[in-house]
Design a protein around this ligand. Structure first.
Ligand SMILES: C[S@@+](CC[C@H](N)C(=O)[O-])C[C@H]1O[C@@H](n2cnc3c(N)ncnc32)[C@H](O)[C@@H]1O
Ligand code: SF4
Length: 441
């Protein structure tokens, strides 16, 4: 009963916090290597429900973009940035596999200490030659966007024709079996016409598939994508959220074990989504985010401007927001507990006693709600808490989605082949600054 209230407060707060000002460029170089996120915003089909920054695939544009990405990587390296792990997301990073492989090679060459490499893709790209190239490039986690195995829902999502039906997707996943340390499938739930039976069939198909990790995302929306979806796929009722989530937990366990509130793994622990494991990360490419030295950064959403800036020796960063000490601790609480556990040693090392003194109202409220449990070593999420965290993380990502829509609205002429001119949300105040690299300390 209290969860919707907590989630609503959180939703309002998350929206307020997605206001970025102009940026003078990415932060001073961190003392230790940090995580790297690369954004590849190209897709062959623009799915109606998706608010990620993506544009229609055009080979020339893709090649130009990847060349700029590699140039930007060299700029960061020359400034002293070193990376310890890599996540390539999109869009669809595998749209031109050769470009991706060349870029992965460069990241590894510049960062010999790099450990995990994670790449997103879609079922159509699970072809032998692409899989071999990804394995050869050191990819340890391949994340495949399946969404659902229900052919009717796939058709509504405009994915059936391009990415294949249930049988084809299962066949393609079989081709990828055993090649990567972690083979993840991205699933979506609370789709407008999804029934309980369809959801349970999806969970059964995941268990029968060779995937050893599954991410179950609740449908997350932003104003423009919600309107587009209402016209094409229908409207998803939020009231089913708890029932659907409980069904996922009930049917996925014990075969899979939760590693975050919506990510589940079977067998030995694999490579997780980067958000939980990595405190700080640098985001490169157009429409990427970073979080370094207590500041959130966003890069330009204009692909043309991104390429121009890199060619002029600038970084892609155009927006930033410094995060206050209390908010940093709240972010730590949210993201770590999303990964199910927050160790006392970790927060003591980072914040001393300030963490428990500063966040006692939050910790008390979550304990009173039965969402978290405290022991000598720290805090962990209960099943009840997992559901609350799903709602809070959805609210967090929906605010990010709304921000993306605003940014895309500002460059609608460049994206003329897409229906993005419908974002009605008030524009956050973003002034595009020079985005030079700040001097390394
Ligand atoms: C950005 S996509 C990249 C992967 C690839 N392009 C694909 O779709 O197969 C990563 C995942 O985000 C999830 N996603 C996209 N739009 C979503 C939405 N509106 N709500 C929840 N999850 C979403 C999907 O599960 C998708 O596979
Ligand atoms: S869901 Fe994946 S394929 Fe569809 S538009 Fe979004 S990023 Fe592209």
């Amino acid at each position: 009963m209290f969860e919707p209230i907590v989630a609503a407060i959180f939703r309002r707060e998350a929206r307020r916090r997605m206001r970025l000002g102009s940026s003078a460029g990415i932060a001073p170089v961190p003392a230790e290597p940090v995580f790297l996120y690369l954004h590849v915003p190209f897709c062959e089909v623009l799915c109606p429900y998706c608010s990620f920054h993506r544009v229609r695939f055009e080979e020339g544009k893709v090649r130009r973009y990847f060349a700029a990405l590699r140039q930007e990587l060299r700029h960061y390296h020359a400034r002293g940035f070193r990376f310890n792990g890599l996540y390539v997301g999109g869009g669809t990073p595998t749209v031109v596999p050769g470009e991706l492989v060349e870029t992965l090679g460069l990241v590894r060459e510049l960062n010999p200490g790099l450990s995990d490499i994670s790449v997103e893709t879609n079922p159509k790209d699970l072809r032998d030659e692409v899989l071999d190239a990804l394995v050869g490039a050191g990819v340890g986690r391949l994340s495949v966007g399946v969404q659902t195995f229900d052919d009717g829902l796939l058709a509504e999502m405009q994915r059936l024709e391009k990415y294949g039906d249930r049988a084809e997707i299962l066949g393609r996943l079989a081709a990828a079996a055993g090649r990567f340390r972690t083979l993840n499938v991205d699933m979506m739930w609370n789709l407008p016409h999804q029934t309980e039976a369809m959801l349970e069939a999806d969970v059964a198909a995941v268990i029968a598939s060779p995937a050893n990790q599954a991410s179950f995302y609740p449908l997350m929306q932003a104003p423009a994508s919600a309107r587009k979806m209402a016209r094409t796929m229908g409207v998803a009722p939020r009231r089913r959220l708890r029932d659907f989530y409980e069904r996922i937990l009930a049917h996925l366990r014990p075969e899979f074990t939760a590693t975050s509130a919506w990510c589940f793994t079977r067998g030995a622990p694999g490579i997780d989504e980067y958000l939980v494991d990595n405190g700080e990360y640098v985001g490169l490419g157009s429409g990427a985010f970073g979080y370094v030295g207590g500041t959130v950064y966003a890069t330009t959403f204009s692909l043309n401007s991104y390429v121009d800036r890199v060619e002029q020796g600038l970084s892609g960063v155009t927006g930033e927001r410094p995060i206050g000490a209390r908010e940093q601790m709240q972010y730590e609480l949210l993201v770590r507990l999303f990964g199910l556990r927050l160790g006392r040693d970790r927060v003591r090392a980072r914040y001393g006693r300030r963490f428990e003194r500063g966040l006692w109202p939050e910790l008390l409220a979550f304990r009173a709600l039965g969402a978290i449990r405290e022991d000598a070593d720290g805090w962990s999420l209960t099943d009840r808490g997992m559901y609350l965290w799903v709602q809070m993380m959805s609210a967090f990502f929906e605010s990010v989605n709304a921000f993306r829509e605003q940014m895309r609205h500002q460059i609608r002429a460049e994206l003329e082949d897409e229906a993005v001119g419908e974002a009605l949300v008030p524009l956050a105040e973003i002034r595009h600054g020079p985005g030079r690299f700040k001097r390394a300390r």
